[in-house]
Write a new protein. Structure first.
Lengths: 543, 543
């Protein structure tokens, strides 16, 4: 397989020519670009040309150079020309440059993906050719739940590397939920001192209590580091502060925001926690502090406000909330849900930040005109959202990668399944059955990993890869056209993941230590995905 | 605290002068050094001056330069001179350069320890001054057991970073044991296909079976990557292939090497596995293949052969082993133990590699003249080994960092304890009570982390730090002279660990999620360390 045919995701056009471009430490770089592109290229070359403890053989004839421009073409697009004398990147913006740099790295020998390795005898060289490329979708994302299980910043930084290697450009961090609050607050330190840990975990509603304290959080400096590191790799971090449901940890830290008289604690089971915060002005003020700190740390152009699975029955009965509802002209709790989210959304908009919500928020009217919706509850919810708003496709099937990868007996426990590599490859972000207007509203998609059953980084790798490779192809190239060709190319691509040390699931089934065994990780009942999908459609009209 | 007073470990001499040296991306570097030093400096500067996504303000007056030499002085030594115009390092060798570079990094603002961060308003600058430095001991190590729990290569690479930040220079990887074989073999692939995993784990002899398959291994390329990455940071990787005891995983992969008729399986409990391999020529041939592959991958100048805790009663009864013993002129199994290790040691010596053994190997004569002994069983075993051989101090007390850090009620989740920060700081590698010859034989020391009860990288961090900071001071500076001053300096140093994202144990006790809780991880009884030490001395004369 020639190097240009082995690129993953597949570029729009890629054509090999003859000869090689030799990368050398002292290569001159001509750069016309923004500050971010400048830093990105510097960082990339420093990594690629990092000194090895044996000399890099240099065997160039004549002078060589690298030329990079980030203002020729549409956002995300790039043209890469590799000749023996010149490596030339003409991109529409920094993200386009990032995509081109990933392509360059894929053209080099696989060991370039290691953090230290001897170059091959012929040195680091890329075969010559031309790539003309543009992404099918502008939002190519991954959502990581760092609440149910916490992943330290080193894991998130590595996740950024793995995403960038597949030309993803969004990392959605699910930072808060019932089971924990995972970010420091300087103005409300109770959020990280109290909200960041639980005394034990019950594995399922009828599971045993593990008796082991669990927790952790990112400092605001950590979050800034993650965002900065990601930006240099073409990835925008999208923080999620999930309100008004999924707030047990928030209520444990700030009991005054919850239902008066109700005992408040960080939830110790992995399932959803039921109740909600009061949608009052006091709560909004509190959240404004939190949102300001997060926006300042990340410089995020998007903030996800959650809005899903909210129990709000008690709102009408509570005098304070009832007064707030009356003042807002809301007669039903779900109207108030929409009002509350819109109000927070306006706070974000004043700071130049677009709000994102799950599809329940769209249903209750908790959206502004330019809000983005993520519809997790299947086709009906997605189509409805796309009728009025920009949509990032994130339906449970097939983008919840925490589900089983097959119906094999030995697959490790998750929430059901399967969602196979083929299911992901067959995903159509903008279905033909939708109207042209709806299809135009699909700005991209992302995979989700909810981590109730994901205790370690190794298990995260196993769930994400290689399914993320297939979604990368769908979102960058528009579709996986030929599954047999894709599988062959993926087999080749897995050698890059080997060099990066990714604990992916092999194509023919899990490794012995990735399998479920007989204990608590023994897998769930096979074939459950059909029931799950039917259930999803049945609830997709509920706020 | 001025920057020169905040260095940890403390240099021999450090004196601030006035002004600052400004690090800038285009700084000229004059380098007289070996290939390794050249690569090391390039790697260091690339990391330090990695581009950030905002501009680095440069505010230099006149021209500045970096000058580095690696052949002035004894091995490991360095002199660092920082003036407004010049950053000058004169070191005895590459390790000396590595030590100096760590000092430079400690002189810079703390955020330089992050992987991406905006520089302070004044840029990256180091206050001027002079450091004259030399290590008290040439072997400053850490042993990591990657068998009982496996740590992927990314964790090991990060461990290298953390060690280098404290001027450690040896990483001893305990690669094989009863519970797994953690390195690929091209000649004997059964070692990584069969030996690398166990179907479940029992947490203690009377603990429940977790029913969960567990495993993993490094490819030879991974091992080469780790060794190369470490070398660029002044650290030598020391692989351990533990024979002839602790070999359940080896015997599971190659049953012919074990006791005929005995069922063989990778051990599923966290405790030692009893039996051993046959010390025959066939076994030696098999191990030669393994050792050659490991030496080739790592370029290691030392290989640890284990030699501890070997049950060899069956050797006299087995006809094949009895014949081998007769041929070797051995009448007792323990003589054969020594003979077997010596023979493997000669194989290593022919390849320019020094052998290392635990103190049981020294007791049975399993050492060559230039072998290095690690004595884990207390003072008596250490003193005996130092009478005849180079000794790396690794006594259980106080260098087994898998023991509890205090007797606090919430701290109990290891094999007993405590081994406190103060215990480590008070450690005397070469006791006054020893003869000058014995004291001269002490080439250094290392801390051990056995990972029976260390399921995650976060828990590894918690056990290693800050105790490793105290051992770093003992091994580099010779002793912690003033505990109050050290604690104050350590408090300052922890901000560097915060920037690196280290999950260390705070000085005033574990964080909520670092404590033992009430579940399976709560286990040790307080104050057990006295009994453990008495038991160690009682067995220290047994082969």
């Amino acid at each position: 397989m020639d190097a240009y045919a082995a690129l993953l995701p597949r570029p729009v056009k890629a054509r090999p020519t003859s000869g090689f471009f030799q990368l050398t430490p002292d290569i001159p770089v001509t750069l016309s670009g923004s500050g971010t592109t400048h830093a990105m290229v510097g960082s990339f070359l420093a990594e690629l040309l990092r000194p090895y403890d044996n000399a890099i053989p240099v065997n160039t004839t004549g002078s060589t150079e690298v030329v990079i421009t980030d203002s020729e073409g549409d956002p995300g697009t790039y043209t890469l020309r590799v000749t023996p004398e010149r490596l030339e990147i003409r991109a529409g913006d920094s993200e386009g440059v990032a995509g081109a740099l990933t392509t360059v790295r894929q053209l080099l020998p696989d060991s370039i993906w290691r953090r230290a390795a001897a170059p091959p005898a012929e040195g680091w060289r890329a075969p010559c050719g031309v790539v003309e490329d543009r992404p099918a979708y502008g939002w190519r994302g991954a959502m990581l739940d760092v609440v149910r299980h916490f992943f330290p910043k080193r894991t998130v930084l590595r996740y950024v590397d793995l995403l960038a290697a597949h030309r993803f450009n969004r990392l959605h961090l699910h930072l808060t939920d019932d089971q924990g609050w995972r970010v420091q607050s300087l103005r409300h330190p109770e959020l990280h001192t109290t909200g960041s840990w639980r005394p034990s975990t019950r594995l399922g509603p009828d599971g045993p209590d593990d008796g082991t304290p669990y927790g952790g959080y990112y400092t605001l400096d950590d979050l800034a580091e993650i965002a900065s590191y990601a930006r240099l790799r073409g990835i925008t971090v999208v923080p999620e502060i999930n309100v008004p449901g999924h707030t047990s940890a928030l209520r444990a830290a700030a009991p005054g925001l919850g239902r008066p008289g109700e005992p408040q604690a960080v939830l110790d089971t992995v399932w959803a926690g039921g109740t909600s915060i009061a949608p009052t002005a006091a709560t909004e003020d509190y959240l404004h502090d939190v949102l300001e700190e997060i926006i300042e740390a990340t410089g995020a152009p998007y903030v996800h406000l959650g809005g899903d699975e909210c129990s709000m029955d008690w709102w009408s009965e509570d005098p304070e909330v009832a007064a707030a509802m009356a003042a807002a002209g809301c007669t039903e709790p779900q109207q108030m849900h929409g009002h509350f989210l819109r109000s927070l959304g306006r706070f974000l908009a004043e700071r130049g930040v677009r709000m994102i919500v799950w599809d329940e928020g769209h249903l209750t009217g908790g959206v502004l005109d330019d809000s983005i919706v993520m519809a997790w509850r299947g086709e009906e919810a997605s189509a409805r959202a796309a009728a009025t708003h920009d949509l990032v496709r994130s339906p449970l099937f097939p983008t919840y990668f925490n589900f089983d990868q097959s119906d094999l007996e030995e697959e490790r426990r998750s929430e059901g399944g399967p969602i196979t590599l083929e299911d992901v490859a067959a995903f159509t972000p903008a279905p033909d059955s939708w109207s042209p207007e709806q299809r135009d509203r699909v700005i991209g998609g992302q995979f989700q990993i909810w981590t109730e059953w994901v205790p370690s980084e190794r298990h995260l790798d196993y769930l994400a890869f290689p399914r993320a490779c297939a979604l990368a192809e769908v979102l960058w190239s528009g579709a996986v056209d030929d599954m047999a060709e894709f599988r062959a190319r993926l087999g080749r691509h897995l050698r890059r993941l080997d060099a990066m040390g990714v604990d992916y699931r092999p194509l023919d089934g899990p490794l012995p230590w990735q399998s479920g065994g007989t204990g608590v990780w023994r897998r769930s009942s096979p074939g459950r995905i059909k029931e799950t999908r039917a259930w999803l459609e049945s609830i997709s009209g509920r706020p």
